[in-house]
Write a protein that binds this ligand. Structure first.
Ligand code: SAM
Length: 273
């Protein structure tokens, strides 16, 4: 099956419009490889036919399968642990102090992939029994496939390679080659599908105190970054924090946040109004 330049551009533009993910001309091979598999599964004979199906199918299944195919879902437990330590040791306690006794802290992992990020935070919080237990953890992603995997909570040794051995022992059981997360941690996170480009879908996640959006802005161009960050801003409470990947920056993206440096970690605070 041949992917022509013009069909590649149409597919690429459609993905961009729906997800904000920008695929450069030089990445044609990527679309070719990943979508050839989808075409085979569906017994389709051309990319043109596939394009028609994703554009005109009324249920969201085809679009969802397209997102599963084109997103990069690399993640692992205890990724960029310095940021997570600052989150658990400094930011969460500060947010707890700023809230009324009856309020809980709402944390959202906004592009959680297969769940390692929110689950790591839950484990780190369980390791801090002195913290009040008023924490609600939400996690979302564009891809339905990764969310299903996140809910199953069965991980490869590669995914847990950075986990401290005592945490592995305490929170996982071994099944063959896999690490199965225990029920308490699994139940501590609520997963849902949400597209960072879609303000309406994000309404279900309003009123957050802390948002993690790590290692996803890199797949967006400047316009999509602005759109996503502005949506995240709307979903944060005044005084709340946004944490992006340590190699990412909001420079030239927005001035709505105040960068705060805590133990060499930059967090972006929504200025109180
Ligand atoms: C590389 S993973 C990052 C996972 C985790 N945050 C981490 O840092 O390890 C990027 C995730 O962003 C998701 N993603 C891409 N575009 C998105 C969008 N428009 N809305 C929500 N999630 C999106 C992908 O499906 C993928 O799971």
């Amino acid at each position: 099956m041949h992917l022509s330049e013009s069909t590649f551009r149409e597919i690429r533009d459609y993905i961009y419009e729906k997800s904000g993910i920008f695929i450069a001309d030089t990445k044609k091979y990527l679309i070719d490889n990943r979508l050839s598999r989808v075409l085979q599964e569906k017994n389709l004979t051309s990319f043109e036919e596939y394009l028609r199906i994703i554009k005109y199918s009324s249920n969201g299944t085809e679009l969802s399968r397209l997102f599963d195919a084109v997103t990069t879902n690399e993640t692992y437990f205890y990724r960029e642990p310095h940021q997570l330590t600052v989150l658990v040791e400094e930011i969460i306690p500060e947010v707890i102090r700023s809230l009324h006794a009856a309020q809980s802290v709402k944390i959202w992992s906004a592009a959680c992939s297969t769940g390692e990020e929110p689950y790591t935070i839950s484990i780190m919080l369980m390791e801090k029994p002195t913290l009040p237990k008023r924490i609600q953890m939400f996690a979302s992603d564009l891809s339905q496939g990764v969310l299903e995997s996140a809910k199953k909570a069965i991980f490869s040794s590669y995914s847990v390679r950075n986990a401290p051995p005592q945490h592995l022992k305490r929170y996982f059981s071994i099944r063959g080659q896999d690490h199965v997360l225990n029920e308490e941690v699994r139940k501590s996170v609520r997963f849902m599908r949400a597209n960072l480009m879609d303000n309406r879908e994000l309404k279900q996640l309003r009123g957050m105190d802390i948002i993690l959006c790590r290692n996803v802005l890199i797949y967006f161009d400047a316009r999509s970054k602005q759109r996503a960050v502005s949506n995240l801003y709307d979903n944060l409470n005044p005084g709340g924090y946004l944490i992006i990947g340590s190699s990412e920056s909001l420079h030239n993206v927005t001035r709505a946040f105040r960068p705060v440096v805590i133990n060499r970690v930059i967090a972006y605070q929504k200025v109180q109004r």
